[in-house]
Design a protein around this ligand. Sequence first.
Ligand code: MEV
Length: 422
Amino acid sequence: MEKSSRIPGFYKKSLEERLKFVVEWAGLSKEEADLLYKFGNLEPRIADAMIENVVGGMAYPFAVAVNFRVNGRDYLVPMVIEESSVVAAASHAAKMLRRGDGIKALADPPIMIGQIHLVNVTAPHYKAAVILEHKEELLEHANQQDPVLVKLGGGARDLIVRVLDTSIGPVLAVHLLVDVRDAMGANTVNTMAESIAPILEKLTGGKARLRIISNHAVYRIVRAWARAKPEDVGGEEVVKAIAEASAIAEADPFRAVTHNKGIMNGIIAVALATAQDHRAIEAGAHAYAAKDGRYKPLSRWVVDENSDLVGYLELPLQIGIVGGATRVHPIARIALKILGVKTAKELAEIMAAVGLAQNLAALRALVTEGIQKGHMRLHARNLAIMAGATGDLIDRVAEEMIKTGRIRFDYAKELVEKLSKQ
Ligand code: MEV
């Protein structure tokens, strides 16, 4: 009989019942079911409350990047990622950028945008003015939704109205600018946007079609910049080549996307470790990269008048240390403790610094030995460990695999057996 995925009330079943259903559906073995039912360091109870229809857990490695010095302070940076080489590369570049205060970074105040889109508005420019006339009242109403935020120094700050020309006629886009302090801000901003929507409808005679945060977080910009001495990066030739790679990304959107992907490798790994909404971060970052009408690199590297390599990164980071999964996931709390950050601003600055370091590591690898050699070295080491190698044997097995070009698990096993006898 044809299987149906239409399962009324699936969400109401217990976790175990749901898992049983999936096991039968997919014909999972007992071992597979048992493995899926492992939650690692996230209690089933918490996992089940975090999202819907939970049937199991999935662990990712949690690592710390070393050598980071940001704004004169040393940090161990938690990173969660499935890709090899990223953590090693970040640590390596952080070492190159340790001189003086290390990487510098500065985050703007945490202003997020709540949007209310009003349709069926006649005389839209006139109505935009009417809305602005009631700005103070609207801000006050928004702030009544979150007295705690206001007490902490945050809250609705400003209101902007845009008139959009759309295929359904003019639409008013009302932007509520909210200082969300240490939160990512989606909850607060969405609540505020929903709360003022009826007032806007009354003022304009229109209908509030959408009431939601904008992840184009153009006010919440973080900048990171750093300087490296040629001798720390591999010499003047390498420095020049990195600057050339940066210029290429500037001119070529195809390259800029990959360039930015490298930056996001670092940023998203920290975002995952601290349980951020990484989709928001990604969406915001790439929109920012294209803000001038053409997709651009988020960072730039040039050689300065002292022949030093200087890099600059700028992007929006919508992250928080209170509320959301950051507070719920026990490992995210541990990640924040390892980082030792007290504010979302500090976390954003570290994340930008990691992005810049990650970018430097990628460009340096690309303009020197290429990316594959390092990848393969790590891959070979991983295979050696999986094949049972320990201590010195790991490197001996890995080296042999690289030398012969046979980087495969079966060969790793063969080598472990052979070399461990010697
Ligand atoms: C791979 O995950 C990231 C890189 O492709 C970034 C880049 O090309 O700059 C190496």
